[in-house]
Design a protein around this ligand. Structure first.
Ligand code: AHR
Length: 547
């Protein structure tokens, strides 16, 4: 039995996560206590038995939108493309990232998409006017090309059904086309298209943002819930192994937020496995007052959204007396607020128009690190999450005719993909806080709360015996020391330590100056059961340790 009093205190605090500490003034982070001074202390251990988190937490998204597909991943005729028309530079970037799962084909696009137009001989595929983004869709890249591309980059597909203009008959035909082995109308059509083996797509979205006034074929919650239930019931006959995701609220601003989720789940709880969340964040007068210190706390707004949707799902579980707990799919998240005006959303009937081409700066990268911390911290309920999107459209990667650029948000995403493995370590952080103010902010951001300067999570991979500690330093002016105290596992070596930081929060990369915001090496103290790292002001850092 461990009699160390501080260890006992840690065990008690970790055990009380979500109860005792939720009442503390540190918003949304049950495992934080308020400290003082420039040194924070994090105690890490293996207190609670935990499963490994799902790598699908670090997924991404490819929509037929703007230059994402056409000139992004698919650019036939370009010297950088292979014989299939796939851009080799983009393919390599995504493959090297090891993105585990990619959502396709939308997004708003999916709600007007006829998947049938995008399969079979290319010469027979129709060119259509795509109505979500008012763009030309040639259908030269469709489901089978996506499957080939996803396989080439090593990602699992996450496909979406059209619940807007689509009928339930075409939705179930789609899953039969993709997943049924052979001997039926749609599976044999796939085989006739050169795909003898089924694609075996496991994860499916039952539509996209069906609560949104902007959505093609928008439905009420009850209508949507019934339609989703019907499709789910039939889909399970075709493939009993599928995992189905119901559309949750598109964002917390909609007046139907939470009510939508409750009503949808009341209609289809027993037929689905997960519920989706979406949200985009920004350093705007409404969301942050244009203040970077408030902006960098927005991952805690994401965290609150996760807690609220979890509460609704669990409420319906109770109503239905169901033994099943739903997991969450945060299948669209990112910073997105600059490229949002009409000129960024309207393709004006063009092929591959420049839409949603957000340029990301250092502070966006830091908040992206915060989002990744939140997703890891909430990974007991969030199984799938998708950084929206992967290339050209609100994306870490941007193409020109001649090459690929890594935007600032690429770096925290790459750090998480590379180093976060295994299970979450239990963590208790004692850290100085700063106030965020409600005045003048939109309701979903308006809070008077104390926010810790440091946001810290850690993973532990039993197989490789590696720990990764991820720390966001929200302090815009000061370096902060993080003192790490390990119980149960003792680091023996610092394998890597990387940080994203810089003097100018508004700095961004361009094709001419691609290295303004990148990750760089950072020195740490020697590895040991107690060790420390100096986190630069305005930084997101990973410390990778061998045990
Ligand atoms: O990712 C861009 C768009 O944002 C998606 O098409 C839609 O689902 C969301 O509103």
């Amino acid at each position: 039995m461990n009699t160390d009093p501080s260890r006992r205190r840690f065990l008690t605090q970790a055990g009380l996560a979500g109860a005792g500490f939720a009442a503390s003034s540190v918003f949304a982070l049950p495992s934080y206590s308020r400290g003082s001074g420039l040194t924070a202390r994090a105690r890490l251990g293996l207190v609670a038995p935990r499963e490994n988190f799902d790598r699908r937490l670090f997924g991404s998204f490819l929509e037929h939108l703007g230059r994402a597909v056409y000139t992004g991943v698919y650019d036939p005729g370009n010297p950088l493309s292979d014989e299939r028309g796939f851009r080799k530079d983009v393919l390599k970037e995504v493959k090297d990232l090891e993105v585990p799962i990619i959502r396709y084909p939308g997004g708003n696009f999916v709600s007007g998409y006829n998947w049938w137009d995008g399969v079979g001989p290319r010469k027979d595929r129709p060119t259509v006017l795509e109505r979500a983004w008012n763009s030309i869709e040639t259908n030269q890249f469709g489901t089978n090309e996506f499957m080939d591309w996803a396989r080439a980059v090593g990602a699992e597909p996450l496909l979406g059904f059209n619940l807007g203009t689509g009928t339930s008959e075409m939705a179930v035909a789609y899953i039969e086309y993709c997943n049924y082995p052979k001997g039926t109308k749609w599976s044999d059509l796939r085989r006739s298209h050169g795909y003898e083996q089924p694609h075996k797509v496991k994860y499916w979205c039952l539509g996209n943002e069906m609560d949104g006034p902007w959505q093609i074929g928008r439905l009420t919650a009850r209508e949507y819930g019934r339609k989703a239930r019907d499709i789910a019931q039939q889909a399970r006959v075709i493939d009993p192994d599928v995992q189905l995701i119901a559309c949750g609220s598109s964002n917390p601003r909609l007046p139907t937020y939470l009510e939508w989720d409750r009503e949808v789940l009341e209609e289809c709880y027993d037929m689905v496995d997960g519920i989706s969340l979406h949200n985009y964040f920004g350093n705007t007068p409404e969301q942050s007052g244009g203040r970077s210190e408030r902006f960098l706390a927005q991952n805690l707004d994401m965290e609150r959204q996760i807690q609220e949707i979890t509460a609704v799902a669990d409420y319906v579980q109770g109503l239905r007396r169901s033994p099943k707990k739903l997991w969450l799919s945060f299948d669209e998240w990112n910073v997105w607020y600059r490229a949002r005006g009409k000129e960024h959303l309207d393709g004006k009937g063009q092929l591959a128009p420049h839409l949603l081409e957000e340029v990301y700066n250092l502070e966006d990268a830091l908040l992206t690190g915060g989002f990744l911390n939140t997703l890891m911290r909430q990974s007991e309920r969030v199984r799938v999450a998708c950084l929206a999107q992967i290339v050209n459209v609100i994306a870490p990667l941007v193409t020109s005719e001649k090459g690929t650029l890594r935007q600032s948000i690429y770096f925290p995403y790459a750090m998480a993909l590379r180093y976060a493995r295994g299970r979450m370590l239990d963590i208790q952080v004692d850290c100085e806080t700063y106030p965020i103010k409600a005045a003048g902010l939109r309701a979903d951001f308006a809070r008077n709360e104390e926010v810790p300067f440091l946001d810290v999570v850690a993973t532990y991979d039993k197989n490789s015996r590696r720990i990764a500690v991820f720390a966001l330093n929200r302090d815009l002016s000061n370096e902060r020391e993080l003192s790490l105290v390990f119980d149960d596992v003792t680091p023996s070596k610092v394998v890597a330590c990387e940080t994203v930081t810089g003097p100018d929060l508004k700095a961004f990369n361009t094709f001419e100056t691609p290295n303004k915001v990148v990750s760089t090496k950072l020195d740490t103290a020697k590895a040991g059961s107690t060790m420390s790292v100096k986190l630069p002001a305005r930084s997101y850092t990973v410390i990778h340790l061998a045990v």
